[in-house]
Design a protein around this ligand. Sequence first.
Ligand code: PLP
Length: 395
Amino acid sequence: NQQLSDRVNKMATSATLAMAAKARELREEGKDIIGLSLGEPDFTVPEFVKDAAIKAIQEDYHAYTPVDGYRELKQAIIKKFKRDNNLDYKLSQIVVSTGAKQSLANLAQVLLNKGDEVLLPAPYWVSYSDIAKVAEGVPVEIKTSIESDFKVTPKALEAAITPKTKMIMYSSPCNPSGSVYSQEELRALADVLVKHPDIIVISDEIYEHINFTGQHASMAQFDDMYDRTVTVNGVSKAYAMTGWRIGYIGAPEWIAKACTKMQGQVTSGTNCIAQRAVITALEESPSKIQYMVEAFKSRRKLILDLLSEIPGMKTNEPEGAFYVFPDVSSFFGKTIKGAKINNATDFSLFLLEEALVATVTGEAFGDPNCIRLSYAASEADIVEAMKRIKKVLSE
Ligand code: PLP
């Protein structure tokens, strides 16, 4: 529509949400679709967090909240950063937002000018490129492959840097690949970045707790990176609180201040009840949510075992998050059940239509050889989905 702004016309619709909508449509037609497309835990919110929310309602929390979040929540976040990540932040460095997605959008809006380049090690989370584009930035993909476990090498990073590079944005554990950067690997990337002191690092650590290596490293832990790194986190994934919409950053003070200014004109402070509940969530030990991590771990094994029985699917072993990202390029150029598969999007649509399993094309994540399957689903659904996929691909 030409009456809409160029800004929105140029934006892509979130591929994961689009796939979920398509799956919903087919379900409404009566088809029995198994959804492995959404990045959403199938658990419910832990009881102790629910109780805190109920208490907040009973205590009459109702008013506008401080734009950057309740002081008590920011204090809980500071304690969490210290306890889990050995990071020291002051109150003035913390901003609470309506999900980590808003935290990322704030950062792009306050840091990018037209034409500024944003390095995105690919595959990357689907929204990064459009968040950058809406802020008039230019996403620059740095390709990786399954051979390097989908991790960017220092050499590839160095080669992608230009005088226009403003920031690098990545997630570890990674959505969609599940890759986790070790401290040594992050240090090697930091060694490149220290030569380019103006580049800001956006370290998205939303999957921090869903990590099967037992080791989580943060870029801001390096003294020479701390002043130029923004640590993004939230409760959506680890606490099964996607709909509660709380994310936050620990950032250099000047960036935090700018994010507060931006959000003060766009959304104001986020939901008061959710904020009170998240204070309780963060003050508790992460051991309270370990049962979900254990479940994801056994589902990972289940889905990897079943995938390994499907010829043509090449998969690395994801170390975190709740996705597998198989390379399906061996199917490109083939015709299966009368459908010509030219690329990952065709493949993903084929699986939806023929196997009634919703996945997401890797093209949305900057890797056109792969598809993403979320195993934040019940074991029964995982087993049935893999059975169906195996069957349609063998025909
Ligand atoms: N970052 C990554 C890598 C994600 O996968 C997601 C959610 O899918 C988000 C950020 C957004 O999280 P939130 O629900 O806190 O907005």
